[in-house]
Ligand binder design. Structure first.
Ligand SMILES: [Zn+2]
Length: 105
């Protein structure tokens, strides 16, 4: 586990955030500056990684059972319940977090 950090102060300059940090346990302080565009680039990467770590499931047969096509190229059928009734969270094929495609047929 990492050490907890308090953000004491953030100053905004033209294209930079100047952040004063204080470590909770050791009490030592640190000044960090990050360019605004670098920060936004990091946020974009984090958002892209979030989509790379999920597997999108699309419902293809709602009539007789709940059959889903998975983004990783498989199909999965819920025999007696649909996905909302099961506590299934991860794709059994690729292990990523299941993301249900909202565009149901
Ligand atoms: Zn998958």
């Amino acid at each position: 586990m990492g050490e907890k950090i308090n953000i004491e102060k953030i100053e905004v300059y033209k294209d930079t955030y100047q952040v004063d940090l204080r470590y909770k346990e050791s009490g030592k302080s640190e000044k960090v500056s990050i360019r605004k565009d670098a920060l936004f680039a990091l946020i974009t990467v984090a958002e892209e990684e979030a989509t790379l770590t999920s597997c999108e499931w699309a419902l293809i047969d709602q009539e007789c059972a709940s059959v889903y096509n998975t983004a990783c190229g498989h199909a999965w059928q819920f025999a007696e319940a649909d996905i909302k009734d099961c506590s299934i969270e991860f794709c059994p094929f690729c292990g990523k977090v299941i993301q249900i495609d909202k565009n149901e047929i």
